[in-house]
Structure formats: structure tokens, C-alpha cells
Design a protein. Structure first.
Length: 148
């Protein structure tokens, strides 16, 4: 009986650790979003974000606030109403080539500079189909930040 109890508690403990580490990406819902020092409107604002669809990594939650980290390692708290499930990513390579198809042997369409925000249409394997103004094409996932 003791072995079963220890096994059961061990399973609960390790599952709890894995759930505590669940991180996921969301994007900013509006062009103006406040990043706060703590999880309420009473805390001071650290940063004013001014980019709709900017991807942020959600790391924790407290009531209606989510603790996030951005692509520049800034972290703080944002109200859940300011976040969206729409998918976007930021180019993290100096120059990332957009291709017509998900292969480096396909036609190059554009070169994206580091920091460029792209909307994600879909991802498969090592590639994501993205939309950027008048361009639609495929980018390698490893050149993007905002995807798991």
C-alpha cells in the first residue's frame, strides 16, 4: 500500500511540474498595450507596446493578468483582454529569405530583415507560410520567434 501511495504522489508531483512549465505564445490585440510590473492595474507601467500582433510568450497567470516575455527578454504583466490567439512571428535572423514553396530550392520572393513582424497562416514541419503586406510565402521556422 505504501508503494502505491508513493507512486501516486510521485506521478502527481511530476505532472504538476510539467503543467507549471507550460508556456505558450499569444499576440497583442491592439496597437497600444501596457506592460505592467505586477498583475493588476495598480502596478506601474514598464513599457508601452505599440505594435498589434506582436508575439509574446505567456509564462504565468494571476487572475486576469498574464506574465509575458517578449523577443527582447522584457517581462511583465498584461491584462488578458489585451491579448489575442492570432498567430504571428518576428524574424530573428539578419536576413531571412521568403520562398514560394516550403523548400530552399523554390523561387525566392523576398528578403526579410531582422525584427520584421509577419502574420502566420500555417506551419508544417520546419516551415511556416506567412503573410506580409503584398507577399505570401514560406519561411524557415528556425529564423522566427513566436512559435513553439
Amino acid at each position: 500500500m505504501l508503494k502505491i501511495t508513493i507512486l501516486f504522489l510521485s506521478i502527481l508531483f511530476f505532472q504538476g511540474i510539467s503543467f507549471a512549465k507550460d508556456e505558450y505564445f499569444l499576440t497583442l490585440r491592439y496597437d497600444k498595450v501596457n506592460l505592467r510590473q505586477g498583475p493588476s492595474r495598480e502596478y506601474p507601467i514598464k513599457i508601452f507596446y505599440k505594435k498589434k500582433f506582436l508575439p509574446v510568450l505567456v509564462q504565468d497567470q494571476s487572475d486576469n493578468f498574464r506574465k509575458i516575455r517578449d523577443h527582447e527578454n522584457n517581462s511583465g504583466w498584461i491584462h488578458v483582454s489585451q491579448l489575442s490567439k492570432k498567430k504571428a512571428a518576428i524574424v530573428i535572423e539578419d536576413e531571412l529569405i521568403m520562398f514560394k514553396n516550403p523548400t530552399t530550392y523554390s523561387k525566392p520572393l523576398a528578403i526579410l530583415k531582422k525584427g520584421r513582424l509577419t502574420k502566420i497562416i500555417k506551419c508544417k514541419d520546419e516551415w511556416c507560410k506567412v503573410k506580409l503586406k503584398k507577399f505570401k510565402g514560406w519561411l524557415r521556422k528556425d529564423g522566427l520567434w513566436g512559435l513553439l
